[in-house]
Design a protein around this ligand. Structure first.
Ligand code: OAD
Length: 276
């Protein structure tokens, strides 16, 4: 996959945020950020079909840990043990204990202003007859808790289980159980309804996401390292189909240099300013 699908000139790359330049003074930085927020607001106001792709960073200000980086979950646990079908087959008790622990932690958190702003954007666009689709890599359900109606959950949902035999999906928010869950239909072992490393995304879910990315005229990527495929490929698909692409992230990503607009900062602070 090309890393610069828009073939940006050096000047455009600098406008998107050039890591080789010395950091600007705080005042100049704030003015630049204000100007970029205004540009993002304008672009959103003009867009007819918007797709928003979110990642763990959107939930970080709610207190949900991200995956990568120094504070990330992958520092504290082995993805090979907790996030692969092989790890689950080796030790389902250990994997379920970890997911139940994460469920308990999620019971303590609430959506933050970033989630709320995206739910509000969806409402505003619907009221104006414009298309909006939220595609998330997050499994925490916080977008729905904030009022987003039907996000495409690329990687599943931590509050759901799936039968390892018949595939029945069940479960609801807040459910905490002891031991291993069994399928109500066939009594076989259930697993978390989450896409693990080495697994394919649900084809219907992926199709919805591809459609949203390819049909939009504006894609906003928020709080994702864009390090995981195929989800990150949605950003490139949108760009290849002529959409404007913007990014909000605490730090630069592999996409920062080529996107049309990059805003560095917290999504819980920037999004409410964009969706006023
Ligand atoms: P990562 O942990 O890879 O990236 C989180 C991103 O959020 C980083 O780029 C941070 O800079 C950024 N970030 C942190 N706090 C932020 C804030 N307050 N505002 C804005 N940005 C912030 O998480 P994902 O990109 O979501 O898969 O990871 C993708 C997938 O990898 C996850 O869905 C997960 C994991 O394996 C599954 O669970 C199946």
């Amino acid at each position: 996959m090309a890393t610069d699908p828009k073939g940006k000139s050096p000047a455009a790359k600098q406008a998107a945020g050039d890591a080789s330049q010395p950091p600007p003074e705080p005042q100049a930085r704030d003015a630049r950020r204000d100007e970029r927020i205004a540009r993002l607001r304008d672009s959103l106001a003009r867009a007819r079909r918007v797709c928003v792709l979110t990642g763990a960073g959107v939930s970080a200000e709610s207190g949900v840990p991200v995956y990568r980086g120094n504070e990330g979950l992958y520092q504290a646990f082995s993805a090979a043990d907790m996030a692969t079908p092989e790890g689950f087959a080796r030790n389902p008790e250990k994997v379920w204990a970890w997911y139940i622990d994460r469920r308990r932690q999620l019971l303590e958190v609430k959506p933050n202003p970033g989630h709320a702003a995206l739910a509000r954007l969806e409402q505003l666009m619907a009221a104006q007859g414009r298309a909006f689709r939220l595609v998330t890599q997050n499994i925490d359900g916080l977008h729905q808790a904030a009022g987003s109606r039907d996000p495409v959950e690329l990687h599943g949902n931590i509050w759901k289980t799936r039968c390892t035999e018949c595939g029945t999906v069940s479960g609801q928010y807040g459910e905490i159980f002891e031991g291993l869950p069994r399928c109500a239909r066939c009594k076989a072992l259930c697993r978390p309804h989450i896409v693990w490393f080495g697994e394919l995304l649900d084809p219907a879910v992926w199709q919805s996401a591809v459609r949203a990315a390819c049909e939009c005229d504006f894609l906003l990527s928020v709080g994702t390292s864009a390090a995981v495929q195929p989800a990150a490929g949605l950003i490139h698909m949108a760009a290849a189909n002529g959409a404007l692409v913007a990014e909000i992230n605490l730090e630069e990503t592999a996409n920062t240099r080529w996107v049309d607009l990059s805003l560095l900062g917290k999504s819980g602070e920037i999004l409410p300013r964009v969706v006023e």
